[in-house]
Design a protein around this ligand. Structure first.
Ligand SMILES: Cc1cc2nc3c(=O)[nH]c(=O)nc-3n(C[C@H](O)[C@H](O)[C@H](O)COP(=O)(O)O)c2cc1C
Length: 223
């Protein structure tokens, strides 16, 4: 029963892209924390696919597998999750990533794959859902937009209303890992809550009730 508590759901409108193994992050943790800074301007250069995969893995990649007495297996991730229920998914709109088509993808932690969920037009529509103007965040030159989609009921089923709190806390932890990994890789990133929520939901095909965007991180080659 692989993925007993790990993520095993998701829609795939097309093929899966196997990501290269995450790049080892060599920077000292204290230096990474010191260097982390919101970067809002980008050169328009492409980011390597392995670096994008490293960000995804730092945010919610599987880092350990634990066997269960019943023969199943629990997939544990880089960020903690209340009850191991993982109510936050990572979707990635790719704009300038080497060896990756412009499109929208769901990160599948168990396989370290990206599952195509939308084409280039869908990715472009997501860019238009950003409320932050180009003068504030130069999103037109970004490499990717990483969207954190919460499905709070995954946690609320067990924890009641507190599960909503868990989903938001866990989204924050995922974003923090992504930003720190970006800093360690020398990429630019910025948290971005300036999104037109309804438009994001429409572009992603989620209902905004049972599944909703809670945060986003813009990533690119900073300059
Ligand atoms: C939850 C959250 C939402 C944010 N949303 C935006 C945003 O929409 N636009 C933006 O330019 N920066 C956004 N930021 C970045 C903050 O403005 C930034 O972290 C703050 O100015 C401190 O700067 P620093 O990150 O360089 O330390 C956000 C940060 C957080 C934590």
């Amino acid at each position: 029963m692989l993925g007993h508590l790990g993520h095993e759901t998701g829609r795939s409108a097309g093929g899966a892209v196997t990501l290269p193994a995450p790049v080892p992050l060599q920077m000292r943790f204290s230096e990474t924390v010191r260097r982390r800074r919101s970067q809002r301007t980008y050169t328009g250069e492409s980011i390597p696919l392995a670096q994008l995969g490293t960000l995804a893995s730092a945010g919610c990649g599987v880092t350990a597998r634990r066997d269960l007495p019943d023969g199943g297996q629990v997939l544990l991730r880089s960020t903690a999750s209340a009850g191991g229920l993982y109510p936050v998914d990572l979707q990635i709109a790719s704009y300038r990533v080497q060896d990756l088509d412009r499109g929208v993808y769901l990160y599948h932690p168990a396989s370290h794959e990206l599952w195509l969920t939308g084409d280039g037009t869908a990715a472009d529509r997501l860019l238009e859902t950003m409320a932050a103007p180009e003068e504030v965040i130069m999103s037109s030159q970004a490499g990717a937009l990483l969207l954190l989609i919460a499905r709070p009921w995954r946690s609320m089923r067990k924890y009641g209303p507190r599960g909503m709190r868990h989903a938001l806390l866990e989204a924050g932890a995922i974003a923090a890992h992504i930003n720190l990994a970006a800093a360690a890789l020398g990429l630019g990133s910025v948290d971005c809550s300036s999104l037109f929520d309804d438009e994001v939901h429409e572009a992603l095909g989620v209902d905004g009730i049972y599944e909703a965007v809670v945060h986003a991180v813009v990533v690119g080659v900073s300059g």
